[in-house]
Design a protein around this ligand. Structure first.
Ligand code: GLN
Length: 560
């Protein structure tokens, strides 16, 4: 295998594996940490004691911002820093951010740490992907293996994402929150050291692109985009309620409005790149922009894994853990224990829909742990006996597990089609990926019917099934997208266009939060999954219609 791939690939593989280890470690425990009650006696052991609403608002905004900065990071790397330096700087910033979170409390250190991670990811994420692509471009013999290279790289991402949840669970339960954050930080620094040690193997792809006459200086671009983005954000936050009335919002909350409004000038920046480009560059950028558009839909559906699907895992899935597994799992603190002792819990109807008061806050009543809401009384444990359950966070590792498991299968299928001269083009694969994504939502539709709309607990196999199918979709789309961006973007703009790819993720992430809020809005829970189905199917068809044109562009400029 290593003859076909550049020697820099293992360097980038493990660097990215460690970076994603820290990234997903934080994502997995972030909400839990924020909502965990503070411990006034030993602050280092407690969480931040925030309300669910504040925590999920901070989480959603963090997830959106962390993928917004790659646009700036890509620009800086292309024109000023070069990829290697941007990766090292980004890695150090993120490592410092994770370690900073180990300082207890929600004071300045908490916010500064988050800011460091957001900025660090901007410098790191688009540039490591751009560098992977560059290594393949530099030598003719590697070029045909670029897609396979991105598939391998994507496995590295997901090995990190799979392992981190277990490390986080053990570290936080055995030692404390700070130990989990420190593990993320140490992982990130190991990644930076590994990258520095192997840097000579990636030197060939590490370059700064010369500015062409007529190219705008970076500072001017940033001024032109960031200023208006800030102004639009303010308009979204303050202007909407001022104009439409105090409680009015366009996308459901002030922070959603601020973020999505702020994206308008950034999106406009990409559109104007295309409008101002000429000839070959114009065709290349013009082929990528529609891909960015439909990819927004993919991430909007996919990232409901952290919201709607996690709620499904938490409230509607049978998480009962057999006693034989429980004792082993307890050693690693991977168990959640629930009992029927009455306590204050959110009031729900039989279908698990929470009832809200006039101010929109959940009404609380006395009752058993909410897990028992849709579990027949005969299955309740005797009073005060605890029932062991699989921790909800563990469901977060399923997707990463399937990526590692299924990548070789998907790669083998493409190889098989290639042998028959029928391999789909990269945009074709993206269209297939969106179609498979649409199918994955039907598994959840079936689950909502099988449980009589949440009246009964669902088997965990439904979630596994939907994750298995959407992972196949992801594998047709996400690594392919990285490869396509690196093939199609005008060479001077690779990292900027990578930033555009992650901007789509960022917008998709925000929309996923808004969509998953609809889980309870329909009388039948299948409603939200049908919306996802329609969106993914429409996006798949839209790209399918554009495939011939994109293939033309690729034939002319890429595969020549
Ligand atoms: N799971 C992939 C990663 O972390 C894709 C994430 C994304 O682009 N939204 O790189």
């Amino acid at each position: 295998m290593f003859k076909k791939h550049p020697r820099g690939l293992p360097v980038l593989f493990f660097t990215e594996m460690w970076e994603r280890f820290g990234f997903y470690l934080l994502l997995g425990i972030f909400v839990l940490y924020m909502t965990d009650p503070a411990d006034p006696k030993v602050p280092a052991m407690g969480g931040l004691g925030m309300s669910d609403r504040d925590a999920s608002d901070i989480f959603g905004t963090y997830l959106a911002l962390v993928y917004l900065t790659p646009f700036v990071g890509g620009l800086l790397a292309d024109r000023v820093l070069g990829y290697g330096r941007a990766i090292i700087m980004g890695g150090i910033l993120m490592g410092l951010g994770y370690c900073g979170l180990a300082i207890p409390g929600s004071g300045a250190s908490f916010w500064i740490s988050l800011l460091l991670i957001i900025l660090g990811n901007g410098l790191f994420k688009p540039n490591i992907s751009a560098l992977v692509g560059n290594l393949y471009d530099k030598q003719e013999r590697f070029r045909p293996y670029k897609e396979a290279g991105f598939n391998i790289f994507y496995m590295g991402i997901n090995i990190g994402a799979f392992v981190c949840n277990f490390v986080a669970a053990v570290a936080r339960n055995k030692i404390g929150w700070w130990a989990a954050f420190m593990s993320a930080g140490i992982g990130m620094f190991l990644g930076v050291l590994w990258f520095m040690a192997g840097r000579k193997h990636v030197a060939e792809g590490d370059e700064i692109k010369p500015t062409k006459p007529g190219d705008e200086p970076v500072a001017r671009i940033l001024g032109k985009v960031l200023g208006p983005a800030a102004a639009f954000a303010l308009l979204g936050w303050f202007g909407v309620p001022a104009i439409l009335g105090a409680k009015a919002t366009v996308f459901g909350s002030h922070s959603n409005d601020a973020f999505l409004f702020a994206c308008i000038p950034v999106v406009w920046f990409y559109v104007s790149l295309w409008r101002r480009a000429e000839g070959e560059d114009r065709e290349r950028v013009g082929a990528l922009l529609p891909i960015f558009g439909v990819v927004v839909v993919f991430w909007a559906v996919f990232h409901q894994n952290g919201s709607a699907l996690t709620v499904w895992a938490d409230r509607f899935t049978d998480r009962d853990m057999p006693a034989s597994v429980a004792s082993a799992a307890k050693t690693f603190d991977l168990v959640e224990e629930v009992d029927t002792t009455p306590r204050m819990v959110p009031k729900t109807d039989a279908h698990g829909v929470r009832e809200l008061d006039a101010a929109g806050k959940p009404i609380e009543v006395e009752g058993p742990h909410p897990y028992f809401n849709n579990l027949p009384k005969e299955q309740w444990p005797p009073p005060e006996v605890k029932k062991p359950l699989f921790s909800t966070e563990l469901f977060q590792s399923i997707n990463a597990f399937f990526v590692v498991l299924l990548t070789p299968v998907v790669v083998a299928v493409w190889a098989w089609t290639a042998r028959r001269n029928k391999e789909p083009s990269t945009p074709g694969k993206i269209s297939i990926g969106l179609f498979v994504t649409a199918l994955s939502t039907l598994v959840m539709v079936a689950a909502t019917y099988a449980t009589h709309n949440g009246l009964e607990k669902a088997s965990w196999l439904w979630l596994c099934g939907t994750y298995a199918v959407i992972t196949v979709g992801e594998l047709c789309l996400s690594p392919m997208g990285l490869s396509l961006v690196s093939k199609l973007s005008p060479p001077r703009l690779t990292a900027v266009m990578m930033g555009g790819w992650f901007l789509s993720t960022s917008i998709g992430n925000k929309l996923s939060g808004i969509l998953s809020g609809l889980l309870d809005a329909f009388e039948h829970k299948s409603g939200i999954f049908f919306i996802n189905f329609a969106g993914a199917l429409a996006a798949s068809l839209a790209i399918a219609a554009m495939v011939p044109r994109m293939r033309g562009v690729m034939k002319r400029y890429v595969d020549k």
